[in-house]
Design a protein around this ligand. Structure first.
Ligand SMILES: CC(C)(COP(=O)(O)OP(=O)(O)OC[C@H]1O[C@@H](n2cnc3c(N)ncnc32)[C@H](O)[C@@H]1OP(=O)(O)O)[C@@H](O)C(=O)NCCC(=O)NCCS
Length: 146
């Protein structure tokens, strides 16, 4: 039987470009899902079908972090990631969070999505991510009061 870990991994495998090394392994996602402070959201293109996008988040008192967001390539540009951010924001607010944040590799085109949603740059971690080829990329931290 397909479970939510399978659903997340099916989207993960098609959504992330391997050159950046951003996709999580099944063990990493399973480890995260085993924590009581991890939440996830799905989005479907059609209600009867399997999900085509997901968001994985980590809650802490007062603030929550978007760990991953992904939509399968053939379903992009239709507002599905925005819907995931809306679900996350609403749930975080209900859990009492006042701020959400995320870290993104510099120059990820997803920046447009985050800025459109209202996130602002709040920090930079130099050479934070390692690419599979060994080179390093800065992480940009975005925050949004909700
Ligand atoms: C980033 C991602 C989740 C966006 O999904 P999506 O469903 O296409 O996004 P949406 O359709 O909801 O876009 C919402 C807004 O962001 C913009 N946007 C989203 N992705 C964009 C991209 N790759 N390039 C340019 N603009 C983008 C859209 O134009 C839209 O803006 P608008 O409302 O002004 O038209 C998707 O491209 C993806 O899965 N990328 C690979 C995984 C990844 O890098 N995730 C982020 C790091 S964890």
């Amino acid at each position: 039987m397909i479970d939510d870990l399978d659903r997340i991994m099916a989207i993960m495998e098609t959504a992330f470009d391997p050159q950046w090394g951003e996709a999580w392994t099944r063990a990493q996602v399973a480890g995260s899902l085993s924590l009581p402070t991890t939440y996830y959201y799905f989005v479907r293109a059609n209600e009867e079908e399997e999900p085509v996008g997901f968001a994985l988040v980590r809650a802490a008192p007062g603030e929550e972090e978007l760990l991953l967001i992904a939509v399968q390539p053939e379903f992009r540009g239709a507002g599905l990631a925005k819907r995931l951010l809306e679900q996350f924001t609403e749930a975080a607010r209900e859990r009492g969070a006042e701020r959400i944040f995320l870290e993104m590799r510099e120059n990820n085109p997803a920046e447009k999505l985050y800025r459109t949603f209202g996130f602002e740059t709040i920090g930079r971690r130099p050479k934070y991510y390692s690419k599979p080829d060994g080179s390093r990329i800065d992480a940009i931290t975005f925050g949004l009061c909700i």
